[in-house]
Design a protein around this ligand. Structure first.
Ligand SMILES: O=P(O)(O)OC[C@@]1(O)O[C@H](CO)[C@@H](O)[C@@H]1O
Ligand SMILES: [Mn+2]
Length: 454
C-alpha cells in the first residue's frame, strides 16, 4: 500500500457538496430539529413558572433567544462561534474549532456549509446545551425527553414481545447447548441491530417507534445485512476462556449506546442474555452526558427505562426490569458517560483527546458500537471507497475487538466487496441513507486475531 494511502485520508463529508446528504441535513433537517427544540421549550413555559416562578419564565425567554440566534446563524451560514459557557468540555470544543479554522482555505471562517458535517452537526447539539446552561434555572431541561419517552411508550407491544422471549429462553437454559446459545445470541444481536432504525434524528423528531414483534421480521431482514461478522463476535465471546482452566474468568463487554426508547431496550435485553447465560461477566454501558442527536441515551434515560420496565404491569416485562436493577446493583452492569462521546472528534483522535477513555476501553474484551453516528465517527465520516477495509478506515482506533451494529443512515460505508456498492446503488439509490440496510462489522487487534487463529 502506497505510503500516502495510509497517511492522507479522503475528505470529510460536508454540506459544501451541494445536494449531498450532508447538505440536505444541514439545510433542512437541522433547522427543523432546532425549531422543535424551541417549540418544546416554549410549550414548557408554564412548567418553568410553576417550578421556578418568574425566574423560570425569564429563563425560558433567554434560552429561546439563544436558540433563535443559533438557528439564524445556521440558516444564513454565519461563522461558527466559540462556546462561552465554561463547562468542563468548553475548552476542548474551542480547541477543536481552532483546528477546523486551520483547515479552512484562504482563512475563511469555520462555516456550517463548508466545514465537516460531523463537526457542525455535533456543534449544533452542543450549542443547544450551551443555551440551556446559560439559562438557569432551566439548565437541566432535556428538550428531547418527550420524544424519547413517547418512543418507549409507543413501542410497548414490541418491548413486551422481546421481554417475553427473553424470560422464556432464560427459563430453559439448564440444558442449553452451544448451538442453542448461539441461535438465541444471534437473534438478539440482530434485534439490537435493527433496533437502531428507531432514531429520531433521522426523522427530525417525527415519531418512529417499533410497532411489530421484532422477532418476527429477522428472517426477512437478513438479506439487508451487507456485512455480517456475527460469527467473529461469537468467537470472541466463546473463546475468551480463563487462563488454562475450563472455568471462564468471564469477559467484559462494553456497549457504546445510541438511541433511547426501543433501541435501548434491545441493548438491555442483549446484555441481560449475555450475563444471564454466562457469555459475559460484566457489561459496561456508555451513554451521553448531555441530550444528544435527539434520541441518544443519557443517564436519566437509562435509569428511567429500567424503572419503567420494572413498573410494567406485564409480568415478563417487570421481571426483566427487576433483573436489570439487580445487574446494576451487583455491579454486573454499570453506566458511564465520558464527555468524549459528546465531542465532535473522529474516534481515531481518542488516544490523544481522551487517553483515559481509550485505556479504559483497552480493558474490554468486546466493544459493541451502536448506530450510525458511532459508525460515522469510527470511520471519520469521510468519503472512503466502499471497498476500503474497515481497519484502514479506523485509522488506528482499535482499543479492543470491536463490532459496529449500524443501520445505514449516512453516506459513508467501508468494508464492502468489489461491486457490492455499485449493485446496491443500481437497485436502490438511497441505500446508504434510508436505514433499510445494516452492517454487523467487526475488527480485532492483531494479537486477538492470532489467538482466534483468524
Ligand atoms: O446514530 P443514529 O441514531 O443511528 O443516527 C444518527 C444520524 O444518522 O441521524 C442523522 C441522519 O443522517 C445523522 O445526522 C446521524 O448520523
Ligand atoms: Mn442516535
Amino acid at each position: 500500500m502506497a505510503a500516502d494511502q495510509v497517511l492522507i485520508p479522503p475528505p470529510s463529508l460536508s454540506a459544501k457538496y451541494e445536494g449531498s446528504f450532508a447538505y440536505l441535513t444541514v439545510r433542512d433537517r437541522l433547522p427543523m430539529i432546532l425549531t422543535k427544540v424551541i417549540d418544546t421549550i416554549h410549550r414548557n413555559k408554564n412548567n418553568f413558572f410553576e417550578k421556578h416562578g418568574e425566574v423560570g419564565v425569564e429563563a425560558e425567554k433567554r434560552a429561546i433567544s439563544f436558540l433563535s440566534k443559533l438557528r439564524n446563524e445556521l440558516q444564513t451560514d454565519k461563522p461558527v462561534l466559540l462556546l462561552t459557557d465554561s463547562a468542563d468540555d468548553t475548552e476542548a470544543w474551542n480547541r477543536y474549532m481552532q483546528r477546523q479554522q486551520d483547515l479552512m482555505e484562504d482563512r475563511q471562517p469555520v462555516s456550517w456549509f463548508k466545514s465537516p458535517w460531523l463537526y457542525v452537526e455535533c456543534y449544533m447539539y452542543r450549542r443547544i446545551q450551551e443555551a440551556l446552561w446559560l439559562s438557569p434555572p432551566i439548565s437541566d431541561f432535556d428538550a428531547f425527553k418527550e420524544g424519547k419517552t413517547s418512543g418507549f411508550f409507543e413501542s410497548q407491544q414490541a418491548i413486551i414481545s422481546l421481554c417475553t422471549y427473553l424470560r422464556e429462553i432464560l427459563a430453559s437454559t439448564d440444558n442449553a447447548s452451544k448451538k442453542w446459545l448461539f441461535e438465541h445470541f444471534f437473534r438478539l444481536l440482530q434485534v439490537s441491530l435493527w433496533g437502531n432504525r428507531c432514531d429520531l434524528s433521522i426523522s427530525a423528531g417525527q415519531e418512529n417507534s417499533q410497532k411489530s414483534n421484532p422477532m418476527d421480521c429477522l428472517a426477512d431482514l437478513q438479506q439487508f445485512i451487507l456485512v455480517d461478522d456475527s460469527d467473529k463476535v461469537w468467537s470472541i465471546l466463546t473463546s475468551a476462556q480463563g487462563s488454562g482452566g475450563s472455568e471462564k474468568t468471564g469477559i467484559r463487554v462494553d456497549i457504546i449506546l445510541d438511541n433511547a426508547g426501543f433501541e435501548l431496550v434491545t441493548d438491555l435485553v442483549l446484555a441481560d442474555f449475555m450475563v444471564s447465560v454466562g457469555l459475559a461477566k460484566e457489561v459496561r454501558f456508555h451513554g451521553k452526558s448531555i441530550p444528544w442527536y435527539v434520541s441518544d441515551v443519557n443517564k436519566q434515560d437509562f435509569d428511567w427505562t429500567i424503572s419503567q420496565t420494572t413498573a410494567s404491569n406485564h409480568k415478563h416485562m417487570s421481571s426483566c426490569g427487576v433483573q436489570w436493577k439487580r445487574h446494576v446493583k451487583d455491579g454486573a452492569w454499570s453506566y458511564h458517560d465520558h464527555r468524549f462521546w459528546t465531542l465532535p472528534h473522529e474516534f481515531c483522535d481518542m488516544p490523544a483527546e481522551a487517553a483515559d477513555l481509550y485505556s479504559t476501553l483497552q480493558g474490554s474484551d468486546l466493544i459493541l458500537f451502536k448506530g450510525d453516528l458511532n459508525y460515522r465517527r469510527l470511520t471519520g465520516d469521510r468519503m472512503w471507497e466502499h471497498t476500503v477495509p474497515f481497519e484502514r478506515a479506523l485509522r488506528g482506533f482499535l482499543p479492543a475487538p470491536l463490532c459496529s451494529l449500524r443501520t445505514l443512515k449516512a453516506n459513508v460505508q467501508v468494508g464492502l466487496q468489489p461491486g457490492q456498492a455499485e449493485k446496491l446503488a443500481s437497485q436502490d439509490p438511497e441505500w446508504m441513507i434510508s436505514g433499510k440496510y445494516a452492517v454487523i462489522q467487526f475488527c480485532s487487534p492483531l494479537k486477538e486475531q492470532q489467538q482466534q487463529g483468524s
